[in-house]
Design a protein around this ligand. Structure first.
Ligand SMILES: [Zn+2]
Length: 118
C-alpha cells in the first residue's frame, strides 16, 4: 500500500473526517483531525487562505449563521405562543419543538466551533 493511502486509512481510523476540499499543493483530499486540516499525501498540516482557497465558494459558516438565526427566531415566536396558550396538548407540542430546536442549536454551535478552530 502506498504511504499516502496508508496514512489516509490511519487518519480515518483515528477519527479524522475527509473534507470536500483538496490540498492546494497536490490535489489530494484533505482531512480534518483535532481541528487541524491535514494532507495525507504531503504528510503535513495544510493552512490555506479561506478567502482565496477552495472553501471560498463553500462557506458553511454563513449557512450555519442563517440556520442559527432561524432557530432562535422560531424559539422566540414559540415563546409568544407559550405565554397565551392554555391547551396542555399544544403546550406539550410546543415544548417538544423548542427542545428539539435547542438541541439542534447546541449541535450547530459545536459544529461552528469546530470550523472556527481550523
Ligand atoms: Zn498535499
Amino acid at each position: 500500500m502506498a504511504d499516502d493511502v496508508k496514512r489516509m486509512a490511519d487518519l480515518l481510523k483515528s477519527g479524522a473526517t475527509m473534507l470536500s476540499d483538496i490540498c492546494p499543493e497536490c490535489g489530494s483530499p484533505l482531512f480534518r483531525i483535532k481541528g487541524e486540516v491535514f494532507c495525507a499525501k504531503c504528510n503535513k498540516p495544510v493552512v490555506y487562505a479561506r478567502a482565496t482557497g477552495p472553501t471560498a465558494t463553500i462557506s458553511p459558516g454563513n449557512s450555519f449563521e442563517s440556520l442559527e438565526q432561524t432557530l432562535v427566531g422560531k424559539i422566540s415566536e414559540t415563546n409568544e405562543f407559550l405565554k397565551t396558550e392554555k391547551d396542555l396538548e399544544k403546550l406539550q407540542a410546543y415544548s417538544n419543538l423548542v427542545f428539539g430546536w435547542l438541541s439542534t442549536l447546541e449541535k450547530l454551535r459545536k459544529v461552528k466551533d469546530s470550523f472556527r478552530e481550523a
